[in-house]
Each structure stands twice: as structure tokens, then as C-alpha cells.
Ligand binder design. Structure first.
Ligand SMILES: [Zn+2]
Ligand SMILES: [Zn+2]
Length: 342
């Protein structure tokens, strides 16, 4: 059994021939396995969706009850037969409910990672390394210059700024699914116990995280709070709202974005960010290359970002490696902090 007997790379995503399903297809298909609920991976309109319960719930929150003709949830590690294949989902450590897809046929193991990070995140299950022959990896931060650093130090930086400017508001642009909730959880771990305010666009998903038992403390919509009440406060909003009329309610806001791209100074400048916070839900270069090693894969398919450098690195390691040409991926969150809408 060869990899290409099992899987094909198509323009709309990876297709499993022997299982008759796509992984994260960018167009409506008959059967789709969805790795996580970010909108570039989780599109509406499939006939059948298989995903974790959280991903299905989050798709329903985003698209409504008719997001797919039918949907089936599966727990991490629970094996399911799809035609000639055995499929299991395993934690990807990216956002709540995010999963890697392990496809097994006659002893051949292939893994589609979806988006992932291999560092701790208090808001989702930890990334689980899986041994496989073929590893399909994302490469959002697929360049050696990308090193995300230590999240706790970024939180410290934020809290120091809040202490330093008690008369100003801190306004932090963060993607509404995953990043916002992780930022809140990290602030709580650092001992910040005051209410944290939310832009209305973030409320539904944040309440869902809380309903799934993620501890976020007191979180409330910024609603009609008065300027004077917002002095010294922290508010999270979609990055594009930082400079909208909406932001005028805040007293002399310190503007911030939490993103892996904040490592790039030009990006922070471009978004007029005063306090860049380097916080990513994707593996950095070190994380990507370490993970590829850990899987023991002899073949790597690279998608979703800077494919070339990671393909080149893989070939240097003696692996077979190809970039995939899939149209339509690009994390709304980290790939472009200017876009956070759905
Ligand atoms: Zn994602
Ligand atoms: Zn993505």
C-alpha cells in the first residue's frame, strides 16, 4: 500500500480515495472531516461532517443549524470505519476541539494535522504527536525567523503596561475563536482577577468556551460602559475594530494585537499597534520541524502558508516532501491580523 493509493491532493483539499472523504475541503463536498472551526477549514454546505463535538458546536454557532445536511461527532481517540479506512481524531492543540486526522489502511498511517501548536494552552487539549508514514503539516510560520517565544512573558508585558497606565484602557485585537479565550486564560493564570471586557463579536464563542468548562473568570461585554469605568481596564476585540469608531469609547487606549505576526515589526506598524504581543496558536519554525521529526514520517506534504522553506528543510533531512496547492486556506487569525470577520 502506497500513500498515493490512499490520498490525493486536490485543489479544494486532501481527498481520501479509500475512505471517500475530504479533510477541510474549501468547497462543499459529500463527506468532510473538519479539523477545527476556523472558517477557512470549516465551511458550511457539506452533505456530511465528521468532527469533534466542539468543532460541530462552533460550526453551528457560526453558520446556524443547517451548516451541513448531517453531522457526526467523534471523541478523541475513538476509531471509526469509513469505507476501507479506520479514522481517529487526536488533539492538535490549536483551539478548543481542534484535531489531527489519523487515517489507517492496511497498516499504512497518514496524518493530516490541520492547524496545530505543540506548546501548552490552558483552553484546549495538548497536541498529541502521532507516528506515521505521511505527515500533512501546516506551515503558517514556516520560516526559520519565526520564533514565538514564551507566552507568559508576553502576558507579563501586557500587565506591566496596564500597571504603568492606570488612566488608559488597553484594547487588544485578538481572533474571536481561540486566541481571545487563550489570552483571557493566560491573564487569569498570571493572577489578573479584574473583569475582562469583550467586543460583542466575541461573546458567543467565549460563552461557549465557558460552557465547556474553560475557566475564564469574570468576562463581560463592554456594552454601554462609560469612559471613566474603562480606565485601567483590558478589553478584547477583533483586530479590525481597534481603529473603528467603536474604539472611541475608550479613554486614550493603548492598542495591541496578540498574534504570531507581531514578531514582524513592519506588521505591528502597519496596524498601528503600540503594544505588540507575540502570541500564536500555530507552531513556530522550531515547533514545525520538531514535530515532523517526532512523527518519524518518511513523507511530508506541506500546506497553508510558507511551504517552500519547510519542503526544502524536509528534503535536506532525507524526506520526500511536496507543497500542496490548495486554494483558500489562510488563517483569518494569524495569517492576516487585519481580517477577523466571518
Ligand atoms: Zn486555525
Ligand atoms: Zn488555518
Amino acid at each position: 500500500m502506497q500513500v498515493l493509493d490512499v490520498l490525493a491532493a486536490t485543489r479544494i483539499g486532501v481527498f481520501c480515495k479509500l475512505g471517500n472523504f475530504h479533510v477541510d475541503p474549501t468547497e462543499p463536498v459529500d463527506r468532510a472531516i473538519i479539523t477545527h472551526a476556523h472558517s477557512d477549514h470549516a465551511r458550511a454546505g457539506h452533505n456530511y461532517v465528521l468532527a469533534t463535538q466542539e468543532t460541530i458546536d462552533l460550526m453551528r454557532l457560526r453558520y446556524g443549524d443547517d451548516f451541513a445536511a448531517s453531522a457526526q461527532s467523534v471523541a478523541y481517540g475513538e476509531s471509526l470505519r469509513l469505507n476501507e479506512t479506520a479514522v481517529t481524531l487526536h488533539p492538535a492543540g490549536h483551539v478548543l476541539g481542534s484535531a489531527q486526522v489519523l487515517i489507517e489502511v492496511n497498516g499504512l498511517r497518514t496524518v493530516a494535522s490541520g492547524d496545530y501548536k505543540n506548546i501548552r494552552d490552558p483552553t484546549c487539549a495538548a497536541f498529541e504527536p502521532l507516528a506515521c508514514e505521511l505527515f500533512i503539516t501546516e506551515a503558517t510560520f514556516g520560516l526559520p525567523i519565526f520564533r514565538h517565544g514564551v507566552p507568559e512573558l508576553e502576558i507579563e508585558k501586557l500587565l506591566r503596561s496596564v500597571e504603568l497606565f492606570p488612566e488608559r484602557a488597553h484594547l487588544i485585537g485578538a481572533y474571536r475563536l481561540g486566541k481571545a479565550q487563550r489570552l483571557i486564560a493566560l491573564l487569569r493564570e498570571a493572577g489578573y482577577d479584574r473583569p475582562i471586557y469583550l467586543h460583542g463579536a466575541m461573546e458567543k464563542v467565549t460563552r461557549y468556551y465557558q460552557a465547556r468548562g474553560i475557566e475564564l473568570g469574570v468576562v463581560q461585554p463592554v456594552g454601554a460602559l462609560h469612559k471613566t469605568e474603562l480606565a485601567g481596564s483590558i478589553t478584547l476585540c477583533p483586530p479590525e475594530s481597534l481603529h473603528e469608531i467603536w474604539s472611541r469609547r475608550f479613554p486614550d487606549p493603548v492598542t495591541s494585537i496578540a498574534s504570531g505576526w507581531m514578531r514582524v515589526r513592519a506588521r505591528a506598524r502597519q496596524h498601528r499597534v503600540q503594544l505588540p504581543l507575540v502570541l500564536s496558536d500555530h507552531a513556530d519554525w522550531e515547533g514545525l520541524t520538531h514535530t515532523i521529526h517526532t512523527t518519524g514520517a518518511s513523507e511530508v506534504w506541506v500546506t497553508h502558508g510558507r511551504e517552500d522553506a519547510l519542503v526544502h528543510w524536509s528534503v535536506q533531512q532525507g524526506l520526500r516532501a511536496h507543497p500542496l496547492d490548495i486554494m483558500g486556506y489562510g488563517d483569518e487569525d494569524d495569517a492576516n491580523p487585519a481580517i477577523a470577520g466571518d
